[in-house]
Design a protein around this ligand. Sequence first.
Ligand code: ADP
Ligand code: MG
Length: 226
Amino acid sequence: MAGKNDQKEIRYMIVLEDVCKAFGNTVAVDQVSLVIPDRARVAILGPSGSGKTTLLRLVAGLEMPDKGTISMGGHAVSGSDVFVPPSERRIGFVFQSGALWPHMTVAENILFAFNALPEGEQQRRLDLLLDRMAIPNLRDRYPDQISGGEARRVALARALAPRPEILLLDEPLTNLDHALREELLVLIAESAREEGSIMLYVTHDEHEAAIVADSTIRFKAGRVLE
Ligand code: ADP
Ligand code: MG
């Protein structure tokens, strides 16, 4: 791979080599090899059941591969003799459901993800993220007191809160109307760019992929097509 002088450039590159994951007889991810460069914003496109969510969960460390290795920033995180837990992978995850903790306010939901940062910085970052998501007025509301679109903004802020190197989004705009989706797509793309993180954005929508990402990986039946 790269020599010493290239270390900085490859710092947060994600590399998958021959990664396989099956559930019983169902092969969800089949011999996938990928190199995702630092700061890349990648859309992962494919039909339902093609293995997109499983791929994201493997990267996050929420699933263990049956075979193959995953490395981040030059270090193996999943492999035959290594497994780095999700909490140590510097990832932010926006799930398909976008679920927020119902018993916590918006601010508490976002702050919950911060445990690694000092208190003063937590508050500054909370303010910054609330501003960036245009929801400073929602700070003390509970999830059942905000709209679906607002909840997606909170979920995005929560994922970005601990300054992840890798932002993983699994069909984050499902069940939103067209105008709101367009608005949030731009917000997601800008946020990933400003944070300088790698973004993996799972969708089955070509239009979303074109707006949010600068490259595309196509999945079919657990395999990468191109
Ligand atoms: P996608 O996100 O592209 O819709 P998934 O990664 O969710 O696809 O699923 C890929 C395949 O793996 C599907 O056939 C699905 O039913 C199966 N699968 C995913 N997760 C599990 C699981 N926890 N248990 C059993 N089968 C699963
Ligand atoms: Mg899925």
